[in-house]
Design a protein around this ligand. Structure first.
Ligand code: COA
Length: 323
């Protein structure tokens, strides 16, 4: 059997940090409100002229360095983003070009905050069916460019960043025992598309548009969908919540993360949380958290890592990984 092993990961955050105190000079808000309602204390914001592809390439290069793999070994790049540099071409092909790769395939996946899990699932399936041997999966966003900086209910929540993992095909007879992506589960339900969306686009308004959200409604759906996706990942592998070494949730809101941990009966000690420093970086949040926790030695080889995300659409997804 062919499975995908994560052989490297890396991330990049733009240098500029905006604290909650600085947000109070932009909109009518307070540090206390933002921390109490979301857990966010600061966010990184891309510089003028710094694009999603710039963040992605930094994360990609760090990922390749961590794996000790040359760029020309990559067969496939799947880049998750809702904030591409341009409507087309895909941001993935810009990354491909800047890595100096002229073979294989590169394309974007758009599932907003679930995007990284979707991209991982796509790359994992390419590897499982033997079509590629090495795949780079990136989540990269510049959400600061699609925020309405006059809307205090949304602009305080998001940040910019990028993270990536490198997958390599491995042969195994016992997939559940091997260090590999054990399973991925993807879902969408377009009926809720107007609870979290961008009010522009090339076909509708010919403008980029800005993010609009019914925060309370999104919150109401999130905990059930996300804990359901984690249960699904565990059941598919004959595992229980006790088997989880690390739960790496999409970082949208600390209250959502804590409520989900309670529902799943997973200790918050087993959760990787970056929301306080990164805010919600959409498709980048999970690989940013993975890179941080693998980099500082919390996530170790052989451990069970479950990732999950939920975003506009709605889309929601999970993956179980033997690290
Ligand atoms: N600072 C101060 N007050 C704010 C504020 C801000 N940044 N944003 C909103 N408020 C106010 C509202 O205007 C409202 O005031 P009112 O009662 O006088 O009308 C009050 O706070 C409560 O607003 P509400 O929207 O009910 O707050 P909430 O407890 O639901 O928290 C969110 C708002 C957005 C933090 C929360 O709903 C949330 O996190 N939802 C999920 C969003 C999410 O994760 N989306 C991404 C999914 S990928």
């Amino acid at each position: 059997m062919i499975r995908s092993q994560i052989v490297g990961c890396g991330a990049y955050l733009p240098k500029r940090i905006i604290t909650n105190d600085e947000m109070t000079r932009i909109v009518d808000t307070t540090d206390e409100w933002i921390v109490a309602r979301t857990g966010i204390r600061q966010r990184h914001i891309a510089a003028d002229g710094e694009f999603t592809s710039d963040l992605a390439i930094e994360a990609a290069e760090r990922t390749l360095a961590s794996a000790g793999v040359e760029a020309n070994e990559i067969d496939l790049i799947v880049l998750a983003t809702a904030t591409p540099d341009n409507t087309f071409p895909a941001t993935a092909v810009k990354v491909q070009a800047r890595l100096g790769i002229t073979r294989g395939a590169a394309f974007d996946v758009q599932a907003v905050c679930s995007g990284f899990v979707y991209a991982l699932a796509v790359a994992d399936n390419f590897i499982r069916c033997g079509q590629v041997g090495t795949a780079l999966v990136i989540g990269a966003e510049t959400f600061s460019r699609i925020l309405d900086w006059k809307d205090r209910s949304t602009c305080v929540l998001f940040g910019d960043g990028a993270g990536a993992v490198l997958l390599r095909a491995v042969e195994t007879d016992v997939p559940n025992g091997a260090r590999c992506v054990l399973s991925t589960h993807l879902h969408s339900d377009g009926r809720q598309h107007d609870l979290l969306f961008v009010d522009g686009g090339p076909s509708s308004t010919q403008t980029v548009g800005q993010l609009r959200m019914s925060g309370r409604d999104v919150f109401r759906h999130a905990v059930g969908l996300l804990s359901g996706a984690v249960d699904e990942a565990l059941a598919a592998n004959g595992l229980s919540a006790d088997d989880i070494d690390w739960l790496v949730p999409h970082q949208a809101n600390k209250r959502i993360i804590d409520a989900m941990a309670r529902k799943l009966k997973v200790s918050t000690d087993k959760m990787i949380c970056t929301i306080d420093r990164h805010a919600n970086t959409s498709a980048a949040s999970i690989p940013l958290a993975l890179a941080e926790a693998a980099g500082d030695g919390r996530i170790r080889p052989g451990q069970l890592v479950v990732i999950e995300g939920m975003g506009g659409g709605f889309t929601w997804a999970s993956a179980a990984i033997r690290w």
